[in-house]
Write a protein that binds this ligand. Structure first.
Ligand SMILES: [Zn+2]
Length: 119
């Protein structure tokens, strides 16, 4: 389910996920979640409908960088990507040049990382 608001999206980076939420005041619906991955060049990955969303590492900060959407990636390729030990390598060999893609145009406002306190 996605809401109908057009205010844009807000992004919260946590230890294991990136939560993409509606920016509208009073809504903040969770639109989808990216899974953080260990890779030399990919920060996080999400399955959004039939598309695979790849968030690259920002080379300067080693934090979240640009997000590209690869269209109509077969589910088995996405699952193999997520199961791969070297996600960057798998992505380059099996997805990068084989599917139409575009950068996410929508500006994402990042929230600060939420730190869980032990208490
Ligand atoms: Zn909303």
């Amino acid at each position: 389910m996605t809401c109908e608001h057009k205010e844009g999206r807000t992004v919260k980076v946590t230890a294991k996920t990136i939560e993409i939420r509606c920016k509208a005041r009073g809504c903040r619906e969770l639109l989808h979640t990216r899974t953080r991955v260990l890779s030399s060049n990919i920060f996080a990955v999400a399955r959004v409908g039939k598309n695979t969303e790849i968030q690259f590492l920002n080379g300067d900060t080693k934090g979240p960088g640009e997000v590209a959407v690869y269209f109509n990636v077969p589910k088995h390729l996405h699952e193999s990507l997520m199961a791969s030990k070297s996600k960057g390598k798998y992505f380059h060999q099996n997805i990068k040049d084989d599917f139409e893609w575009e950068y996410l145009k929508e500006k994402e406002d990042e929230e600060e990382e939420e730190v869980e306190d032990g208490g």
